[in-house]
Design a protein around this ligand. Structure first.
Ligand SMILES: Cc1cc2nc3c(=O)[nH]c(=O)nc-3n(C[C@H](O)[C@H](O)[C@H](O)COP(=O)(O)OP(=O)(O)OC[C@H]3O[C@@H](n4cnc5c(N)ncnc54)[C@H](O)[C@@H]3O)c2cc1C
Length: 334
């Protein structure tokens, strides 16, 4: 029987329930929870990349393991081990305040450090994998600890081993990043360059880059505290160059970027061109300023948001022959 409300624990703000809700502050809390409550388990950090389409018949573990610790350093680099329940943006701010480079382009991404490797969070030309060293995880079935190094994680575009064969099997307790003591910046992304120019900044500090990115993000994305959402709902689809050439003949203004020997299409462009931007149905809507973001427009029921996502997915497939798949983790589907 479902009993605990998950409404405060998901950034869509929908009301779904789970059997038990346990806050985890230490590894010992995990062992205790595994002994006390029966499987299945779901792990939540900040709840900013999940859609609860219905109730869960599981025990939900909310990761609140904190701490940022320097565990090693040399002349050029610092190794930092961070509790999985730390807030991601706080870690970015901490690194900037200690003059450590690497994470500044990932400013203001909501959620926890423990979730960052799951979909290999990325923004403005950088992915967390570029600074990733290793992580520590506990198996939800055996309680045994496992350390994953970078080569074990199969990081890709919004992807890792934790979205494939190890999906749902572990709780990540700590993540270790390697950050540079030398100022290393990446301002290749057009929007960052334009805004730095706007501010007459030629040689930006880490803080200035972070500030610019925060301002761009605030201007484009809805604040989940005000409008329930989970950021980009769909991944940008990756298609062959031939499929892209065929689409380009029909849609000369289609937006796409090279991705190795393939092309990454803008899912936002596809959804916008299919006519969904600003559309609202049953309390679920496509954000008026950003077609890739689905928002809670007054529903308590995540199933309404999931229905909208499926309608969009089917329409984009029928209009462009391209399948867009959710980036967001959808739980409790009817
Ligand atoms: C406004 C907005 C903007 C966003 N912008 C970006 C962006 O620019 N780039 C980007 O990549 N993402 C973005 N996101 C998505 C989201 O911020 C990231 O995916 C983030 O890493 C989710 O963290 P979380 O702690 O909220 O994860 P949750 O939503 O709690 O969980 C997400 C998944 O990770 C698993 N998980 C969480 N913690 C752990 C753990 N400790 N151990 C094992 N599994 C775990 C969950 O089981 C679930 O499968 C955005 C979201 C919002 C709302």
């Amino acid at each position: 029987m479902s009993s605990a409300s998950l409404q405060p624990f998901n950034s869509f703000g929908v009301n779904a329930h789970c059997k038990n809700l346990i806050k985890i502050y230490s590894e010992q809390d995990i062992y205790d929870a595994l002994l006390t409550y029966e499987a299945p388990y779901n792990v939540i950090g900040g709840g900013s990349n999940i859609l609860l389409a219905g109730d869960l018949e599981s025990t939900v573990l909310v990761n609140q393991i904190k701490g940022i610790q320097v565990v090693d350093e040399d002349d050029n680099h610092v190794l930092l081990t961070v509790g999985g329940g730390e807030n991601w943006h706080n870690l970015v701010l901490w690194s900037i305040s200690h003059n450590l480079s690497g994470l500044q382009n990932l400013s203001l991404i909501p959620g926890s450090v423990g979730a960052a490797p799951i979909q290999n969070i990325g923004a403005y030309g950088v992915e967390q994998s570029q600074c990733f060293h290793s992580l520590r995880a506990i198996s939800l079935s055996t309680g045994l600890t496992k350390v994953y190094y970078k080569e074990d994680c199969q990081f890709g575009y919004r992807d890792s081993v934790f979205k494939k064969e190890d999906a749902g099997k572990y709780i990540i307790t700590h993540v270790t990043y390697i950050l540079s003591k030398k100022v290393e910046i990446n301002v290749s992304y057009g929007a960052i360059q334009a805004e730095l120019k706007n501010r007459n900044i030629e040689d930006p500090t880490l803080k200035q880059i972070s500030d610019v990115i925060c301002d761009i993000r605030v201007s484009k994305l809805p604040d989940p505290l005000l409008i329930g959402n989970a950021g980009s709902f769909f991944k940008n689809p990756i298609i062959t160059e031939q499929a892209y050439e065929d689409l380009l003949l029909k849609y000369p203004d289609i937006v796409a970027y090279p991705a190795n020997d393939k092309m990454k299409l803008s899912a936002g462009w596809l959804i916008d061109r299919a006519g969904w931007k600003g559309h609202s149905q049953n309390g679920a809507a496509v954000y008026k300023n950003h077609a890739l973001v689905l928002i809670n427009d007054g529903t308590d029921n995540g199933g309404d948001i999931w229905q909208l996502a499926m309608d969009i997915q089917a329409d984009v497939l029928s209009k462009f022959g391209v399948e867009i798949v959710p980036e967001v983790n959808v739980w409790g589907r009817p």
